[in-house]
Design a protein around this ligand. Structure first.
Ligand code: 15L
Length: 292
């Protein structure tokens, strides 16, 4: 059985994939958060922004599913450390440890500034919709370099939104069900002829904005279609900002930050430090006022 390292295994996509891939691979989970490995899994705690951690995590695996990083639009410092430095560390550690195959979780936001009335394929010019999108383009470029220079096998999945069901109108076009995501990942791990590929991580959605012929060529046959949820989703949809409605990336095209479902360690540390400072100021004030 192949041993697969999954970085960022504690995130949303990782959680779905752990369930879907259970029993098919020996999964080595990695995350900065402490995770409890299930049967057939092992856990290596690590921060992708540290090369030493990634050298430890990537040792002896057959392939890497790189999901780790900052997963939405946000502050440059966070994106820089997790998605630029972190992504570099994962590719570089893999290369040094002789791990040939990497599946990279890139994003629809690498091309989010395409209009919704365009159908795009894997060959279109990049059009990132923010700093986060730029960082995903960086990862794709890194993958291309490591494939050409070091002979690595790189499978870039421009993932839409992995969820049990699509959550809004935009996601009707970019949704991917967990079982389709697992099928795509399995192709990325198993296909014998991967050098450098870009595919879209989406289900067989009738409302898709993607020509996913490269994934089809590699054998991807998604089983789900968001249309089954369309009536329900559209009934609760409220009109949004016209810029978000125009472009595939939605709100990412005009906001500076999207709420991060999993704050990064340094961010959490900064928040905790700010909290402590605020608390000590209050304590100081209270002491000065003779209160506890
Ligand atoms: C992404 O790239 C994010 O990682 C995910 O959290 C969603 O925001 C998704 O895109 C999306 O566009 O819905």
């Amino acid at each position: 059985m192949k041993t697969i390292l999954m970085t960022g295994a504690g995130g949303g996509v990782g959680t779905h994939l752990r369930r879907e891939l259970a029993g098919r691979y020996s999964l080595r989970l990695s995350d900065y958060r402490k995770l409890k490995p299930a049967k057939g899994e092992t856990f290596v705690q690590g921060d992708i922004s540290k090369i030493s951690d990634m050298l430890r995590a990537t040792k002896g695996v057959d392939a890497i599913v790189h999901l780790g990083g900052y997963s939405v639009e946000g502050a440059w410092d966070d994106i820089l450390s997790a998605n630029i430095i972190g992504c570099y560390n994962v590719f570089e550690a893999a290369q040094r440890n002789g791990v040939k195959r990497i599946l990279f979780a890139t994003s629809n936001h690498a091309v989010g500034f395409y209009r919704r009335d365009h159908v795009i394929d894997h060959r279109v010019y990049i059009k990132p919709d923010g700093r986060y999108g730029v960082s995903k383009v960086f990862g794709e470029a890194l993958g291309s370099l490591y494939a050409d220079k070091y002979g690595m096998e790189v499978f870039c999945m421009r993932i839409g939104n992995v969820n049990d069901a699509p959550i809004d109108k935009r996601r009707l076009s970019i949704w991917i069900s967990p079982r389709d995501m697992a099928q795509l990942v399995t192709i990325g791990i198993e296909h014998p002829e991967i050098r450098f590929e870009i595919v879209y991580g989406v289900s067989n959605n009738r409302r898709s904005w993607y020509d996913n012929s490269n994934a089809t060529r590699l054998g991807y046959r998604p089983q789900d279609d968001s249309e089954a949820f369309a009536a329900e989703v559209l009934a609760r949809e409220k009109p949004g900002d016209p810029r978000a409605e125009t472009y595939q990336g939605g709100t990412f095209v005009h906001v500076e930050a999207v709420e991060n479902p999993a704050p990064l360690p340094q961010r959490r540390a900064r928040k905790a430090a700010a909290k402590r400072t605020a608390k000590s100021k209050v304590t100081g004030l209270n002491k000065a006022r003779g209160r506890r």
